[in-house]
Design a protein around this ligand. Structure first.
Ligand code: AGP
Length: 609
């Protein structure tokens, strides 16, 4: 959840490190710190608060060294404070460490070190790492790399770390286990980062570290080693993302930019996968008819918005491919002994590809014999490297914590995969599939149409920014998108909200409906329209204020707000109906003066359990 940046080169490292931290700030943002090598001494400054506070602090302290490490923190062990911020130094101030992840056995290691005379100044798990390295350096080996390796062998949990030492002041050692870390390379300069976005401004060429791979980085060379410190070769990879897509490009916030990027990101996701009058084109997977017809179940797993995309995908696969689908939350799936075997295909959806629960769920499904398919946005992320197959969404970098364009791209990609399976299985007739393909190909323009017609959404936000509760209701696909609309409202406006199946209201939640409670209803299902409308009238008669979002015709004089959206295939309707829901949340958060991109208590990718 936190961010790591490191630099080895000829320039003033603090400038590059602070710039990198600013770009990573969406990952963790309660404190930040930086350590640079200044004439063979470690200089370290850190502070509670956002990276801006660290930038101000650096101006007072001016760090000039050409080698350094930096961190933004999202507290796990110990409250946000200067003492708990990274980098952490050992007692002798010879080693400095930045760390992402959680050390599960830190209490045992801490008491071992305390017995050996070490003192601790923070409540973090991380502070044991520099002291353990110092312990091994003193007791076992006068080699920096070996001391780091001995310490890492004792750590249980997850870690991506970068270490500086005055003993070998021209180097940084980096290593990871279950937490991402990449090494970026340009001429005579090397960058370390927990996310390519932090250093995309400097290079597009990266080495991706795997678990227990060590990088020993100096100005002239990078050496890689495996867990037992045998030298290994690593291949450099180029990341195609355009740096400008990670900038705000004139928008007030990344979230608004990403909402407005959806017509383009959807087109990018479709790419050349749906040629006209020809079968779908999915080179990434090679599932035969024999294999697909042997499946007794597809599992779809993810967290948050990604799991919501899975719920919609269930309807797509069941309708088009006639295969039963079970959708699960990764953190539940991994602990509930799910029934899986070689007749199960397990699909994992993740924007970041680094969500700890989703990674663990994937490993579990694999160990039980399922084939695994990752639907991911971030190239070369952990989930993509663990899965048997990966298909990228190609939505471009998503920076705002609230997921928007990743969701619509996931839905598009899952729809294409369902078409592909149906073609291989011959489970749906060609005419139906062709109509569905055309609906997918025309959806991007319909998204643009919605984005051009937002006055009513702004008006709703202005009128209702002070509400305390809201309900999102619908049936079938409209219910599934209600869950996503409700999640968006909660996470960026801090308004309590519930996504509910309209028909389920009278089984309990209707007790909460009273004068002035906002109910946002999505009605795009012709077959169930009357049923949903009667649920809406039940809440109107109890005083609810109604916002209806629909592509159908019905009398709506009793409704307080009303928005017409374009029609599409029912299975694709969440791709259109989610757009106004994203914007409602966005404009309410703006009305309330909140930090839309970085909501409180949340981080973009949840790399800890
Ligand atoms: C969505 O707005 C959330 N920020 C969150 O639910 C997110 O979708 C979830 O944490 C999963 O992340 P992933 O797609 O990167 O795995």
């Amino acid at each position: 959840m936190c961010g790591i940046v490191g630099y080895v080169g000829n320039r003033k490292s603090s400038e590059i490190l602070l710039n990198g931290l600013s770009r990573l700030e969406y990952r963790g943002y309660d404190s930040a710190g930086i350590a640079t090598m200044e004439r063979n001494k470690i200089a370290c400054i850190k502070t509670k608060g956002k990276v801006k506070s660290l930038i101000d602090l650096e101006k007072e302290n001016s760090l000039n060294g050409a080698i350094g490490i930096a961190h933004t923190r999202w507290a796990t062990h110990g409250k946000p404070s200067t003492e708990n911020s990274h980098p952490h130094l050992d007692n002798s101030k010879k080693f400095a460490v930045v760390h992402n992840g959680i050390i599960e056995n830190y209490k045992e290691l801490k008491s071992f070190l305390q017995k050996n005379g070490y003192t601790f100044y923070s409540q973090t798990d991380t502070e044991i790492i520099p002291n353990l390295i110092a312990y091994y350096y003193k007791k076992m080996t006068p080699r920096f790399l070996e001391a780091v390796q001995l310490a890492c062998n004792d750590l249980i949990g997850s870690f991506a770390i970068a270490v500086l030492s005055t003993y070998e002041p021209n180097k940084i050692i980096a290593v990871r286990k279950d937490s991402p870390l990449v090494i970026g390379k340009s001429n005579f300069e090397t960058y370390i980062c927990s996310d390519v976005l932090g250093i995309l401004a400097y290079t597009k060429d990266f080495y991706i570290l795997n678990d227990y791979e060590y990088a020993e980085i100096s100005k002239d060379e990078i050496k890689f080693f495996n867990k037992t410190l045998q030298p290994i070769e690593k291949e450099i990879k180029s990341i195609e993302w355009d740096f400008s897509t990670a900038e705000k490009n004139g928008y007030d916030d990344f979230m608004l930019k990403e909402i407005y990027e959806q017509p383009i990101s959807i087109r990018e996701t479709i790419g050349s996968k749906l040629p006209i009058d020809a079968p779908s084109n999915l080179d990434e997977i090679t599932f035969t008819r024999k294999y697909l017809s042997s499946l007794n179940k597809i599992f779809i797993i993810g967290c948050g918005t990604a799991m919501h995309a899975g719920l919609v995908a269930k309807a797509m696969f069941e309708n088009l491919c006639n295969i039963p689908v079970e959708v699960d939350i990764a953190s539940e799936f991994r602990y509930r002994n799910p029934i899986i075997n070689e007749k199960t295909l397990a699909i994992f959806i993740s924007q970041s590809g680094e969500t700890a629960d989703t990674i663990a769920a994937l490993k579990l499904a694999k160990s039980k014999g399922a084939k695994t398919l990752a639907i991911c946005n971030v190239i070369e992320s952990t989930i993509t490297r663990e899965a048997d197959y990966t298909i990228y969404t190609h939505a471009g970098p998503e920076i705002a914590v609230a997921s928007t364009k990743a969701y619509t791209s996931q839905l598009i990609l899952l729809a294409i995969i369902a078409i592909h399976f149906a073609e291989v299985l011959k489970s749906t007739d060609t005419e139906t599939l062709n109509t569905f393909k055309n609906d997918i190909l025309s959806i991007s323009n319909k998204v643009s149409e919605i984005l051009e017609n937002i006055d009513i959404l702004k008006e709703f936000a202005q009128d209702n920014c002070n509400i305390e509760h809201a309900f999102f209701i619908g049936r079938r696909m409209d219910y599934l998108v209600s869950l996503e609309g409700s999640l968006k409202l909660k996470e960026i406006t801090y308004i309590h909200s519930e996504g509910y199946a309209a028909g389920e209201l009278k089984h309990g939640p209707i007790a909460l409906i009273e004068n002035g409670i906002n109910v946002i209803t999505i009605i795009t299902d012709q077959e169930l329209m009357d049923k949903t409308l009667s649920n809406v009238h039940e809440v109107i008669s109890r005083g609810a204020r109604i916002f209806a979002i629909t592509n159908l015709n019905f009398p709506h004089n009793d409704f307080d707000y009303f928005l017409n959206i374009p029609k599409t295939n029912e299975l694709l309707s969440p791709i259109l109906s989610v757009i106004p829901l994203q914007l409602i949340s966005y404009y309410i958060a703006k009305e309330k003066g909140l930090d839309v991109d970085k909501p409180r208590n949340l981080a973009k990718s949840v790399t800890v359990e």
